[in-house]
Design a protein around this ligand. Sequence first.
Ligand SMILES: [Zn+2]
Length: 176
Amino acid sequence: MPNVDWKCPNCGGINPGKSKTCLGCNSQKEEELTEKEYKLIEKAHEEIGEVLSKIEEMRLPKITRWEYLILNAGVDSDKKWKVEYKGKNHPYKFLPKIIDELGKKGWEMVGIITSVGSEKPYFSSWTFTMTTGEQYYFKRPYVEIPQKALASINNIESKLPDQLRNRIGSIDMKYY
Ligand SMILES: [Zn+2]
């Protein structure tokens, strides 16, 4: 493909195929790779990828990993502020209690995102802007749950009659 436009590896400029040097920075055009050379580079990429993933594995036991939890608060259909916790809406005044409960379980608040809405009441020339929701982000160090613990949960669930086993998910059992 001698006359295909080529991208300069030095400045990123696009040059016409017939130009032997970059019009932008005067760098030499790179030689086209043969299929054999291309395969060699491809193979080297693969091998480097394998080494990199081994390096990641070595890093893993030494770094702190995190898990995250998002708490949602906002204006409910009855126009009152609610905070959603464990799948249920609670009055907003319980927020400090909920945050405290999360803190005791190791969750630390690391961020808040506020959503804003606006409203223009009838007969009014003003548009009111107000906070309509808040999201609180928490994190805590991630601890891998041992396979043994998961297996024993499965074992307990398997002893339940079918119709109850399907219901158990609807009861809040999350470990947070
Ligand atoms: Zn260039």
